[in-house]
Design a protein around this ligand. Sequence first.
Ligand code: NAD
Length: 410
Amino acid sequence: MKSAFEAAQQYFDEAATVMDLSHSMRDLLVTPEREIKVQVPIKRDNGEIATFIGYRMQHNSARGPMKGGLRYHHEVNADEVLALASLMTWKTAVVDIPYGGAKGGISVNTKDLSLDELERLTRRFVDEIHDLFGPDKDIPAPDMGTNAQTMAWIMNQYEKFHGFAPACVTGKPVELYGAEGREEATGRGVGTLTLALLRKFGRSIESSTVAIQGFGNVGTFTAAYLHKAGGKVIAISDVSGAILNRMGIDIQAALDWVGEKKSLTGFPGGERITNEELLALDVDVLIPAALGNVLTEDNAKDVRAKYIVEAANGPTTPEADAIFRKREIPVLPDILANAGGVTVSYFEWVQNQQYFRWDLSRVREELERTMTRSFDKIWSIANEKKVPLRTAAYLVGIGRVSRATVLGGI
Ligand code: NAD
């Protein structure tokens, strides 16, 4: 299997070839502006010292301050963070918000640390990199394993060095300069575009079945949105395994269960199946919303979904993508499908910069407008150039970044 960075590079190259991008521009756009790797030592609750590695990869700032999540996961490594940083560059350009792309992470299993230890880890990471990010440089946000609390610690620690600066990070708690609607934004965006995609194929959500892998931030809000829109979500899953109910899962009951037990284990609303079986279910829409590289050349032939909507980052390997193209299964790519989170992060940053708060209905309206406009653009480019949606999204993203680079000069 290709590394995450090689996979991102392959998608980039494909679009760069279609648009006849020069080799010198390709070199410039692929090369990250800055790679940060730091030691993050903390004192454990038992007095021992534990040492972690933290990354912040700043890929491109041609269109504005760099933007991207911070991931706490034991599989975090430089290659993956770099690939995700480049995805952010194309993603912010696809939805046309004035940002570049970055990503960060710490290689850590959050379940091994207490809340106090996680706070010390986060603050120590900020101590190491606080000069290299900030409201006009690079703005972190939550990703796997991090949440609004993590962002509040980051803001608080950053302000010890730089003074009041709520715009240094997004995805903060609403009580602390966060935006209404940020938590639901990625899932809401995925839901909005799932409906838009179905409409283009003359289908309705009411007559569609859905399977969702991952029941964390993105998976839960996607499930709730599609359920409310009239869709039948027949399978959901988390790291413990999957649940199948062909009559449709009671999403509120699943949310209540996970809210209390922190896992789908024991949830009585359906039969137990594996995550692999979920991916192969005969559904209309399959939504991977957990990890990268879950749809591979080994299982792509078993997928029976009619459409795939990439809520996670990089869930489809290039080999699997080629199989889906051959099988004519449309894939709505991550850099468009899950851009709702960064879009509302941008709204949060705007509000912080202006000291002015929007209400939830304005956030939702602007999110829907941004997502729908971006989807329509990618859809028409895909039809015009006769390329898959992924290539169309890269064409738009790379085109905007390269034009900004040429206009700004080096
Ligand atoms: P999260 O940590 O809140 O949830 C992740 C979910 O995936 C959990 O339910 C977890 O149990 C499940 N999971 C983990 N390993 C699994 C496995 N091996 N098999 C099946 N399920 C597994 O994370 P999230 O914020 O929901 O992010 C999910 C994906 O969406 C990631 O790829 C992330 O990069 C992407 N994403 C998130 C946002 C955001 O705003 N949170 C924005 C854009 C993209």
